[in-house]
Write a protein that binds this ligand. Structure first.
Ligand SMILES: [Zn+2]
Length: 304
């Protein structure tokens, strides 16, 4: 790629257009970007947002994931956010213990291959095994998935470089939604962070999105964010395997496709390309976070 294309792309990113041809190091066929960065602010973090990895033994998915990982690492990200549906599926009635084991074992092996990075994950609807013989079974439900992902709980928050990160559990009644306990926790978490804070929130289901599948309690959440409109809030999601973005009350909502594309399969009659879900190719986002709370979200498709 020529230098001219490169600089064109930088300008495109800064203007916040949705489509641009070309890339920095990778060969994406599509790159969508958005920014609310209207003035020069210092970039403080660069993160990878992968979602809907749906890792499975079939279709050479583990090796295809390895190729993605190699590309993502070239972006020199500080850490990973993993948006859920890490494994293909544990949630269906016919799934047995061996199948659940098999999928998580692949994830653990792959995870060990980028153990130099922190990965902050959230639960996806396909990550839980509900068909265990009983609720006391050590592999039943959310606790087991939390353990496999190595996260502190089904929802949690942490701070890095002046940014507050909130990881939600969307998998409740009338999914996507928060349960009453989590609402209380979230309200308290918001209340304790300083006015004007920069906040990044990740959920599996989109809180708001252009393509459906959004949180059924989106009115509650948008209202809570409005109460905290002194803060600069950006939300990330997956679940629908589609790339879109919505801005509402100055909050950004980025739905960043799916790393697995069409669950690693070739697609169907609605796929605009091989492995795509409708018009969205398989891919991942690289997100720049700035000191002033602005963000740049760029989606890189991958050909694997
Ligand atoms: Zn999914």
């Amino acid at each position: 790629m020529t230098q001219r294309h490169h600089s064109l792309r930088r300008r495109t990113l800064i203007k916040g257009l949705t489509l641009s041809a070309g890339a920095t190091m990778l060969p994406p066929v599509l790159s969508a970007a958005s920014t609310i960065n209207t003035r020069k602010s210092k970039k403080v973090l660069k993160i990878a947002h992968i979602t809907d990895v749906h890792i499975r033994p079939e279709l050479d998915a583990p090796n295809r994931f390895r190729k993605c990982l190699k590309d993502i690492k070239k972006n020199k990200v500080d850490f990973f956010l993993n948006g859920g549906d890490t494994i293909y599926a544990a949630d269906y009635d016919h799934i047995d213990r061996d199948r659940v084991h098999e999928q998580w074992a692949i994830w653990k092996e792959l995870r060990s291959e980028f153990s130099e990075y922190e990965v902050h994950s959230c639960l996806g609807n396909h990550d839980m095994w509900w068909a265990a013989p009983n609720k006391q079974d050590s592999m039943y439900g959310k606790d087991y998935a939390v353990k496999q992902l190595g996260i502190p709980g089904r929802y949690y928050s942490f701070d890095k470089k002046g940014w507050h990160f909130i990881i939600l559990d969307s998998n409740n009644d009338n999914a996507g939604s928060l349960d009453a306990t989590q609402r209380q926790w979230l309200e308290a978490d918001f209340a304790r962070i300083a006015p004007g804070s920069n906040v990044l929130i990740m959920s599996h289901y989109p809180i708001l999105g252009a393509n459906g599948g959004k949180h059924t309690d989106h009115n509650y959440l948008t209202n809570l964010y409005y109460k905290h409109k002194d803060k600069k809030i950006t939300c990330l999601s997956g679940h629908v395997h589609l790339l879109d973005r919505v801005v509402y009350n100055s909050v950004n909502y980025f739905c960043n496709g799916a790393l697995s594309g069409f669950w690693w399969e070739e697609g169907n009659e609605h796929s605009a390309g091989k492995y795509w879900v409708r018009e969205t190719p398989p891919g991942y986002a690289v997100i720049d976070l700035f000191e002033d709370g602005s963000v740049t979200n760029t989606y890189y498709s991958h050909p694997y």
